[in-house]
Design a protein around this ligand. Structure first.
Ligand code: NAD
Ligand code: MG
Length: 282
């Protein structure tokens, strides 16, 4: 009998690498024209080395922001992201470390502030997932790791960043379509993504009087390293939505710009659903 994969042996224990993806994801459309929407701002993005976070980072840079990026250990991807940001004429600070550790989260925020003096846009975005088709296979170790990675750092980083945020600054949290419709093979991951929706709504009302807006993005299937690293079969990834295809990071990044800048000045506590047409409530 074939031995089932046990949690620590899963290949997704290692982060996915964007520079090894085939086809390569599109990060920003060539014809995306910046118009200074984030001129002079500083953005702090967790998981900004690759995928959706990288796309948000490069779009922000094209709109005039400097960027600090936190990532686990994908140095090569992070270096490429830094180069993309510098190509936009902006600065990029790379911070490698484990967001599960609150002390590291505090240090990462401190590094950003000592380099750029401020934080104006905070993007909580890092996550992992470990697909399991049966509930019994979700071990306590997996459950802890998923919650400790996907939701606790949203609290740690936001707590550390808040003293630096002022009126007009924004927070954007990455959730998922799975928060809204559930997922039969990602029950623990989907639960963390639901927690992110509730966190976003709670924080938006807490911070409304400080005129700091808090919104989120709930992506559907997007072609990123997370997908390649965690799903065995990717050939029909995203084919089951109305548009019958996966989305590219370049189709997600502009939503982060909208939520980060003044264009969304009367929007807080809300989510933008970028999922190829799947209708979800909220
Ligand atoms: P990604 O793998 O490119 O990005 C996730 C990043 O999180 C990694 O690059 C990694 O550096 C970072 N990370 C993970 N654990 C960490 C830790 N302990 N400490 C520090 N950094 C850590 O994948 P992505 O698809 O771009 O994911 C970005 C966000 O989008 C996640 O919140 C994910 O849940 C969400 N999302 C993705 C999809 C999709 O189809 N790709 C769908 C819905 C939601
Ligand atoms: Mg990565």
């Amino acid at each position: 009998m074939k031995k089932p994969k046990t949690f620590p042996e899963q290949k997704q224990e290692l982060p996915g690498n964007e520079h090894k993806m085939n086809p390569e994801p599109e990060i920003i459309r060539e014809n995306y024209t910046g118009s200074g929407k984030l001129l002079g701002k500083t953005a702090f993005i967790t998981g900004g080395d690759s995928g959706i976070g990288r796309s948000a980072a490069v779009h922000f840079a094209r709109e005039g922001a400097n960027i600090a990026i936190v990532y686990l250990k994908e140095d090569k991807d992070a270096k490429l992201t830094k180069e993309m940001i510098e190509k936009e004429g902006q600065q990029c600070l790379l911070i490698s470390g484990d967001l599960k550790d609150e002390k590291f989260c505090k240090e990462a925020v401190k590094k950003c502030v000592s380099t750029f003096k401020t934080i104006n846009v905070l993007v909580n975005n890092a996550a992992i997932q470990f697909p399991q088709n049966e509930l019994e296979k979700i071990t306590a170790a997996q459950l802890h790791k998923t919650f400790e990675t996907n939701i606790y750092p949203y609290f740690y980083i936001t707590k550390a960043a808040l003293p630096h945020l002022k009126e007009g600054d924004t927070i954007i949290n990455t959730s998922s379509v799975t928060a809204y419709r559930g997922s039969e093979h990602l029950a623990d991951y989907a639960s963390t993504k639901g927690a992110i929706v509730s966190f976003t709504r709670s924080l938006s009302s807490m911070l409304a009087k400080r005129k700091i807006r808090v919104n989120g993005v709930a992506p559907g299937p997007i072609w990123t390293p997370l997908i390649v690293a965690t799903f065995d079969k990717v050939s029909d990834f995203g084919k089951d939505n109305p548009m019958e295809r996966a989305g590219q990071p370049s189709e997600v990044g502009p939503a982060y710009v909208f939520l980060a800048c003044e264009d969304s000045s009367y929007i807080t506590g809300q989510f933008i659903h970028i999922n190829g047409g799947e209708l979800v409530g909220g």
